[in-house]
Design a protein around this ligand. Sequence first.
Ligand SMILES: CC(C)[C@H](C(=O)O)[C@@H](O)C(=O)O
Ligand code: SF4
Length: 471
Amino acid sequence: MAQALTMYEKLWRNHLVEEKAGETPLLYVDRHLIHEVTSPQAFANLRFHNRPVRHPERTFATMDHNISTRSIEINAAGEGAANQLRALEKNCKEFGIQLFGMGHKNQGIVHVMGPELGLTLPGTIIVCGDSHTATHGAFGALAFGIGTSEVEHVFATQTLRQNKAKTMKIEVKGQVGAGISAKDIVLAIIGKTGSAGATGYVVEYCGEAIEALTMEERMTVCNMSIEFGAKAGLIAPDQTTFDYVEGKEYAPKGEVFQQAVEDWKQLKSDPDAQFDAVVTLEAKDIKAQVTWGTTPGQVISVDGVVPSPDDFADPIEKESCINALKYMDLTAGTKMTDIQVNKVFIGSCTNSRIEDLRAAAGIVERFVAQGKKVVDTVDAIIVPGSYRVKEQAEKEGLDKVFTDAGFEWRLPGCSMCLGMNDDVLSEGDRCASTSNRNFEGRQGRGSRTHLVSPEMAAAAALTGHFVDLNA
Ligand SMILES: CC(C)[C@H](C(=O)O)[C@@H](O)C(=O)O
Ligand code: SF4
């Protein structure tokens, strides 16, 4: 009988070009996504060596990280940004790569754009010079971030050298309670494993609570795989996946699609496959999550209090709690619902898809019905993940729900997730953010980030603090 394999092992086997003793194995790459920040040096080296891009038709580019969210003018976010954007334009033209540039209907954050166009397909290997490439693992694709020298290698050869990772199964048993989002699930997972808990592993999320998620929710979960150290995150493709992919612009059509579905059904881990590690959570125990510290693992339920260094036995965790409380200007024992914010950011490749905006708008409407608006002391911005998301949201009137309540409705991009454009927090600002990183200075020097779901961010905008929406 053939050996039982995990999904990761199957994806690996299907893409292995060469494995020689004493050499790092070589894998075939199906799809290469690029953006303005991590590609210029790779293009420069290609040019220097007089090499073409091996498969320009397997390579797709977008502009996302440092574009303005106020104007589609290429110069709108300053000279440095404009230089990178122009370089991408020039490089894509010269090397024959499809670019979704400023104002293109397909433009968006690279990890939002790929899936919604059907560039992200089950069973493929997808790479991008960006750590949140793990997002695409939601489709049962082996997707991971690579460095700029690897970007060059993929450009030149459409292959990549990779060592095999260990495998971890993360099972979320049963069903989550009402109002608990995918963001809460993944934050709870990271809270349990710790911020480096999956270092060296490819994680596979499974269990009833994961199977019940929509594709967009699965992307939110896989997006944060890198935030607890995982090389990649995977979810087995199923009918939810196939239904989502069918009809997308770049997805296979007709009989080819039907055949692909039959192949994709074979990808799931064999029932008796062995994982190197297993983590289990009970979905019913997961409550709405808010980070209090400066790693995503420093997270607690919204009905809890800011922890004290004494809560941690491990000396490193204790120390990191002391430092986080200082940076975050928080006092142990403070109720999470008493923490006041002055900024709200709804966006990023974690939570800027149409379902995220619908969820946030739903909460806004609930509070507006009670006579509330974005509180005076809070600046709140909504940044859709792509032009397609923006268009859909406007068609549904969500932009109006937000702007009527006092939010700013911006153009798509990475925006305040990392503040490479002018969407930056100021020193001392405290932000409820739907993004994925909360390390010191991530959204602006001296600024403080609390990672939350779109629902929680919306509630924070309309009340000025975190809210236990289930209370
Ligand atoms: C700019 C890019 C290299 C970076 C990443 O790889 O993650 C960015 O997307 C981020 O989220 O910090
Ligand atoms: S939205 Fe944030 S996390 Fe995602 S790719 Fe852009 S900068 Fe990175």
